[in-house]
Design a protein around this ligand. Structure first.
Ligand code: FES
Length: 153
């Protein structure tokens, strides 16, 4: 993932015309436009943040939050950790191609590692939106994620 400064350096001329291409590139790299990114772009292009939000909202494909359509919360509490949740987390990351707190470029998946989800006896656990998945194994995780991918085919 390119860092934000590197993206901005590709636009050495401070022109407002560069706003949309810059925002597009940030979203392509990070999956969404964070508040921090918008503030930095504003400083760089000498534009007020509110104006950037206004313009970016006009283009419906820009996203401003860290959640994908399918938000995966995976427990990283002590008990799940003892039950090898790291393998589960790695598998999820591999299956959707992003890491904790990221959103896939198509906006479909996001991952959030959380503290105890109050189901320690059934760890490792995760949820996707309102659906809760206990007693995870590597195989189960693959089946579950694949079933969400199939919904989009
Ligand atoms: S530590 Fe994972 S549910 Fe409690």
């Amino acid at each position: 993932m390119a860092d934000l400064e590197k993206i901005l350096e590709q636009y050495p001329f401070v022109q407002r015309d560069n706003l949309i291409p810059i925002l597009q590139e940030i979203q392509d790299n990070y999956g969404y436009l964070s508040e921090e990114a918008i503030v930095k772009v504003g400083r760089y292009l000498k534009m007020p943040t509110a104006k950037i939000y206004g313009l970016a909202s006009f283009y419906h494909h820009f996203r401003f939050n860290t959640k994908g359509k399918y938000h995966i919360k995976v427990c990283n509490g002590t008990s799940c950790h003892a039950r090898l949740n790291t393998l589960i987390i790695q598998k999820i990351e591999k299956l959707v191609g992003i890491k904790n707190e990221e959103v896939t470029k198509d906006g479909l998946f996001s991952i959030e590692e959380t503290s105890c989800m109050a189901a320690c006896g059934n760890g490792p656990v995760m949820s996707i939106n309102d659906e809760f998945y206990p007693d995870l194994t590597i195989e189960k995780v693959k089946e579950i994620i694949d079933s969400y991918k199939r919904l989009e085919e």
